[in-house]
Design a protein around this ligand. Structure first.
Ligand code: ZN
Length: 233
């Protein structure tokens, strides 16, 4: 089976449509989405609609949660809070209902999917170090746990770009962020898993950042949110 894993889209329609066009060419069987479909970017409704249409499994992210429960928005960074409250106002009722039905954790045959971390996915903890990653392995049984949230692609193995996985090994993987990469590179990031070849790859592609930044400006959202897309932080 060929699976694309996308995460942290954050209302960035330009990055999401580019990703989906590449994913179509990869002839995938499934698309998994690790949440944070909304927040920061200017096109939350369009992004939720595309995820509803194309993703086979999706989990809830902390920004999705903040849009549903605006009281939680105070725990977000100031720009994140501003956009969460704005998104809550413009989100369609169908999209709200879709987010409302998302779970913190989904299990497939081979994979555990969470937004933040498998130990307590509803606490939105960050996995920022090898030590923190190592502590997570006792909290999932599957071969691979996919987690997003930090926006930084990460494989708990020495090669950060690709690997062939053996039957005994278990892996913790962050596919990076579609809509707001934060590892100093502006290219969108997603994961591709081929379970027959037992191979995983992290893909990076440039996209229309000008369009995404312009949409943020036009919607009168904080300008810094457009600027950071160029710098990848
Ligand atoms: Zn995020």
């Amino acid at each position: 089976m060929r699976i694309a894993v996308i995460s942290d889209i954050h209302g960035n329609l330009q990055a999401l449509t580019k990703s989906l066009s590449i994913i179509r060419n990869l002839r995938v069987d499934k698309i998994y989405c690790l949440g944070d479909i909304v927040g920061y970017g200017a096109n939350p409704n369009e992004c939720v609609e595309l995820v509803r249409q194309y993703a086979d499994h999706t989990v809830l992210g902390n920004h999705d949660h903040a849009v549903l429960f605006p009281d939680y928005a105070r725990y977000l960074p100031s720009d994140g809070k501003t956009v969460a409250l704005w998104t809550a106002k413009i989100l369609s009722s169908e999209n709200r209902e879709y987010l409302m039905n998302l779970k913190y954790r989904v299990e497939t045959d081979l994979c555990t999917l969470v937004h933040a971390s498998p130990d307590k996915p509803e606490h939105w903890n960050y996995i920022n170090s090898l030590e923190e990653a190592g502590n997570q392995f006792e909290h999932f049984d599957k071969t691979i746990c996919f987690a997003g949230h930090t926006h930084i692609p990460f494989i708990c193995r020495d090669d950060l770009q690709s690997f062939k996985f053996d039957k005994e090994g278990r892996y913790l993987i962050n596919p990076g962020s579609i809509g707001q990469p934060r590892d100093g590179r502006s290219q969108l990031s997603f994961g591709f898993l081929d379970t027959d070849a037992r191979e995983y790859k992290n893909f990076r592609f440039s996209y229309d950042i000008d369009g995404a930044a312009e949409a943020i400006r036009k919607s009168k959202l904080p300008k810094a949110l457009g600027k950071r897309l160029y710098n990848g932080y």
